[in-house]
Design a protein around this ligand. Structure first.
Ligand code: 6PG
Length: 256
């Protein structure tokens, strides 16, 4: 039997601003291709400082760069806060990207992190995904065109943190995930939805991520501690956009 060994697509940039510029250009290319092929682009945004910089650059490119009327905006995760809270992933994207480009609210589907019943909010988001994709919860997995992710220094991605119950969920698309170290729950897409996306982009910048990135991409298989390792099981294309500071130990391994 021929075993196909996946080749990782890791793109390295001299610094975080260069990474963010490249990620914004890549977003436009991926979304335009999705629109050309399928008439729309379903994208899940993420929180975090690196995505923030990318959204600012995307907004600076202006509304004419892409047919934004065909882009549907979702989220990969959300904190348990109201949409106007400083920690809201929705608010971050709204301020940096959606408001500047005047994306109509009808194209934007946020996770309701402020709801007291977070579990019900997760179920509601599953219904949203189902309505947008025509797949019903319990009957297959919705396929998003693009999922943007970050990498935490602890190896988490989206709000899939190490040793949390959400990691092994197979029969749900969106769940409430209790994160003990923050003593709070978050809403997050599950791995089945993330791994089914046509395109995944992981944005990683900074020396504080360097050892984790090396462990995730080139270390021992330990996906309960390093959830981002599970991206190796994606069915679509995964591209890691990394700045030099984060890539250094990985490159040292490759060179040594
Ligand atoms: C969030 C995220 C999370 C984030 C990483 C990286 O809501 O915090 O979606 O997964 O992308 O923690 O964040 P930074 O880029 O800020 O390090």
């Amino acid at each position: 039997m021929i075993q196909l060994i996946p080749v990782m697509d890791i793109r390295t940039y001299p610094n975080a601003p260069a990474l963010m510029d490249a990620a914004a250009a890549d977003f436009v290319a991926v979304a335009a291709a999705a629109i050309a092929e399928r008439g729309r682009c379903l994208v899940a945004l993420s929180g975090g400082s690196t995505p923030r910089g990318m959204y600012q650059r995307l907004a600076a490119l202006g509304p004419g760069t892409l047919d934004w009327s065909r882009v549907t905006v979702l989220w990969s995760d959300e904190r348990s806060v109201p949409p106007d809270h400083a920690e809201s992933n929705y608010r971050m994207a709204q301020e940096t990207l959606l408001a500047p480009l005047q994306i109509p609210a009808a194209q934007v589907y946020r996770m309701r992190g402020e709801d007291e019943d977070i579990e019900a909010a997760a179920r509601a988001y599953e219904r949203t995904l189902g309505a947008l994709t025509g797949v019903q919860p319990g009957h297959g997995v919705p396929q998003l065109d693009l999922v943007l992710l970050g990498l935490g220094a602890d190896g988490h991605t989206a709000s899939l943190f190490g040793d949390t119950v959400a990691l092994d969920v197979r029969d749900r698309w969106v769940v409430r995930n209790y994160v003990a170290k923050f003593t709070t729950s978050r809403l997050t897409l599950t791995f089945p939805v993330i791994l089914a996306a046509r395109e995944i982009r992981v944005l990683v910048a900074g020396a504080d991520k360097a050892n984790t990135l090396a462990a995730v991409l080139a270390g021992d298989w330990d996906p309960d501690r390093l959830p981002a390792q599970r991206l190796a099981h994606a069915t679509g294309r995964v591209v890691w956009l990394v700045d030099q500071a984060a890539a250094a130990p990985l490159q040292a391994r490759a060179d040594g």
